[in-house]
Write a protein that binds this ligand. Structure first.
Ligand code: ADP
Ligand code: UDP
Length: 242
């Protein structure tokens, strides 16, 4: 497949058109950002680690029956994905209270959430991704009621599957963000699942192994991502068959 012109360059990834209209190439860059792009840095190897980690997770989710946009790894930093019509909404599930939930509701950091809670956010950096509800999504036509239901069901299913996977690797899946998009008559999981978009704590020590290391200036960001990959048995050096 031939890489065409850049369609979009986000804060951490770039997407390129290809000679197949229904396919994109997603490039994971080393750029890292937090606080709506206020804190930016380049972290050596991060693009490669996230690209390969995302391929592993998307493949695992497919095996467990979750339909995703992921097709194949193309290189250390690139993956082939299906070109989705993205729904401009972020779906967040939380198993433990931390981050913006604690800031918003004044609840104790580290509180177990039983049942897990679910939130929608509008994908809009200028507005700082405000929290929205299903009525906003319906009134503004961002998604149909059936799509809203499907996003919720799929996000909770991903939580079940991945909470177990990470638990087996000695980690707690604290919370995560997913994005979905339309592909003909299907709703597919898009974007990425990496430690950039979730929180992972060591089960015994509660050490942070995710992007909070960057947000909070704790250092060892990519090293932590590599540790997560190692614990799940992801081979970051496996040859890529193209
Ligand atoms: P951001 O836009 O938040 O800065 P990224 O740097 O991760 O984020 O950029 C990736 C962009 O590509 C996001 O806007 C995301 O919604 C979009 N995207 C992810 N998967 C697909 C896909 N399969 N088809 C089209 N767009 C996608
Ligand atoms: N998240 C994300 N992208 C965003 C906002 C949140 O990937 O634009 C992820 C974040 O990494 C965490 C979860 O969603 O795993 C919940 O984030 P939260 O609302 O607590 O926001 P934060 O504290 O990061 O501002």
């Amino acid at each position: 497949m031939k890489k065409g012109e850049e369609l979009y360059s986000g804060k951490a990834k770039s997407v390129f058109l290809t000679d197949e209209t229904a396919r994109l190439i997603m490039e994971f860059r080393d750029d890292t950002s937090a606080f709506d792009g206020e804190k930016i840095d380049q972290l050596d190897r991060k693009g490669m680690v996230n690209n390969r980690f995302n391929a592993f997770i998307m493949g695992y989710l497919e095996e467990q029956g979750v339909a995703t946009h992921f097709d194949a790894l193309l290189s250390d930093n690139e993956s082939q994905v299906k070109h989705l019509d993205m729904i401009p909404v972020e779906c967040v599930v939380r198993n433990i209270a931390t981050g913006s939930l604690c800031r918003r509701l004044g609840v104790e950091d580290g509180l177990d959430l039983e049942p897990p809670t679910f939130e929608f956010f509008l994908k809009n950096d200028e507005l700082h991704d405000p929290m929205i509800n299903e009525y906003h999504i319906a009134s503004f036509g961002w998604a149909t009621p059936a799509e809203v239901e499907s996003m919720k069901v799929q996000t909770f299913r991903v939580n079940e599957i991945l909470s177990k996977l990470f638990a087996d690797g000695g980690m707690i899946l604290v919370d995560f963000k997913l994005e979905f998009g339309r592909f003909s008559d299907q709703l597919l999981l898009g974007d990425e699942f990496t430690p950039d978009g979730c929180r992972l704590w060591d089960t015994d020590t509660r050490e942070k192994l995710d992007k909070d290391r960057f947000r909070q200036g704790l250092g060892g960001v990519v090293e932590a991502y590599e540790e997560v990959a190692l614990r799940l048995g992801v081979d970051l050096e496996a040859p890529i068959a193209v």
